[in-house]
Design a protein around this ligand. Structure first.
Ligand SMILES: [Zn+2]
Length: 62
């Protein structure tokens, strides 16, 4: 069943952690600061994925 709307979240491509700092301030958009994974310390580009695909993504990391 798909009752959820399509929601996207950033995910760490290294460990699959989604507990990332959320940056929504306009200042951040103008001058983006590197985001860092709180779990594995990865910094860089965090892809956005559909929340329904998080489990799938994590499976692919194994
Ligand atoms: Zn990570």
């Amino acid at each position: 069943m798909k009752s959820n709307k399509n929601q996207y979240t950033k995910i760490c491509p290294k460990c699959g952690n989604i507990d990332l700092p959320i940056k929504t301030d306009f200042v951040e958009i103008l001058a983006p600061t590197p985001e860092k994974c709180r779990k594995c310390g990865y910094t860089g580009l965090f892809p956005e994925i559909n929340i329904n695909e998080i489990e799938e993504f994590r499976e692919s990391l194994k």
